[in-house]
Design a protein around this ligand. Structure first.
Ligand code: MG
Length: 378
């Protein structure tokens, strides 16, 4: 397909309540929406690196700049016939995974439109339903958290994830575990600790957590491997998994026993699928993470979650969990599997079933740029 036009939007989507993690508080989610046009066809992608470089070294303003100045000018007007070709064209630029992911996602959406196949069908996934989990950030009080977790368990969520940071740590998990002795629980530390905190994590071993997500810094595979040797609880890496090679090395050195895959963090759906396939062959279970994307990006995560080695419930949420009005329509809604458990269903149509609504896109946009290819001559 020839990339005739690339529209890039840097947006700020207001949250219904702040999202509190080990690295701070977000009151809105800053994201990149990207529309690719080829002939009569168009499709959307999204990548959500947040407002500041706290989750990863990238941030939405920087992603917008590198897309505007480097990535989009490299691709505009070119014929890109495969996802591998797209990734190869961008490989000259180091890092900038979230920025590349916006183009990669939009390319896959366009491929889905042009082949007239839903994404998960294009990827030969053999299911159209995937379970989702419940996540809880740092809350105002332990009572608020226990009430919210109790509601999630009653609603049938098959696992609960708890954000974990200094002051909201061992006692918090012990309280939740006391109320739910058997329910699958895990914690997400967002890289807020060091190897010196190993004794704290060893105390968690007795609580039977499904995993400890990203206890140490994202760039520290070595200390994760040392920590995993001291723990019975599996470590799951999130921030550390920035590419296919990082995932392979992390697994080979014993730094984790689970891998969280977020398309943005690894440079797009193409790399996310590749990591999934390699982990499956290595016998390592994966799950799909989320970055509080709008419905545009969430649909890509849903399609990805249909691949068979995503065995732990995904971080995909109904739009109303975070947003008063989702940037895109229709919003994400959950469904139930045959046993009544919260789940997401893959789209039955090609392309992305949710598209930004013009009024919300206008209201949430902080900056935008459009690149248009010169007319092709015979
Ligand atoms: Mg995480």
């Amino acid at each position: 397909m020839r990339l005739d036009r690339i529209d890039v939007y840097h947006v700020a989507m207001p949250l219904v309540e702040p999202w509190r993690t080990a690295y701070g508080e977000d009151y809105s989610i800053e994201s990149i929406l990207l529309k690719l046009t080829s002939g009569e066809d168009e499709a959307w992608g999204e990548s959500t690196p947040f407002a500041a470089p706290c989750y990863s070294p990238e941030y939405a303003g920087g992603c917008f700049a590198v897309l505007r100045d480097c990535l989009a000018p490299t691709l505009i007007g070119r014929h890109i016939e495969s996802a591998e070709e797209l990734q190869a064209a961008l490989a000259v630029f180091k890092g900038n995974h979230f920025a590349k992911a916006a183009l990669d996602a939009a390319w896959w959406s366009l491929e889905s439109v042009q082949t007239n196949k839903p994404l998960h069908v294009l990827w030969r996934a053999d299911r159209d339903l995937a379970l989702v989990g419940a996540d809880f950030g740092v809350m105002d009080s332990l009572d608020d958290l226990l009430t919210a977790v109790g509601r999630a368990v009653d609603e049938g969520y098959t696992r609960v994830k708890l954000k974990f940071r200094a002051g909201w740590d061992l006692a918090m998990v012990e309280a939740v575990r006391a109320q739910h002795p058997k329910h699958p629980l895990h914690i997400d530390c967002n890289g807020g600790y060091t190897i010196d905190d190993a004794p704290l994590f060893q105390k968690l071993d007795k609580l039977g957590l499904a995993m400890i997500e990203q206890p140490l810094a994202g760039d520290d595979l070595w200390d994760h491997a040392q920590l995993q040797k001291k723990l019975e609880t599996p470590i799951c890496l999130d921030e550390s998994i920035t590419s296919f090679d990082r995932a392979r090395k992390a697994v080979e050195m014993g730094a984790c026993r689970y891998v969280n895959i977020k398309p943005g963090r690894v440079g797009g759906l193409t790399n996310a699928k590749r990591i999934h396939d390699w982990c499956r062959a290595a016998g390592l279970p994966c799950w799909v993470g989320g970055m509080l994307e709008s419905a545009v990006g969430a649909h890509h995560c849903i399609a990805l979650a249909m691949l068979d080695n995503f065995v732990y419930p995904a971080d995909v949420f109904p739009s109303s969990r975070f947003y008063g009005r989702d940037l895109a329509d229709p919003p994400i809604e959950l469904t139930r599997d045959a046993e009544g458990r919260p789940a997401v269903r893959a789209a039955t149509e090609p392309g992305n079933p949710s598209k930004p609504t013009p009024d919300r896109l206008r209201a949430f946009t902080r900056q935008k740029v459009s690149l248009v290819a010169a007319t092709e001559t015979e």
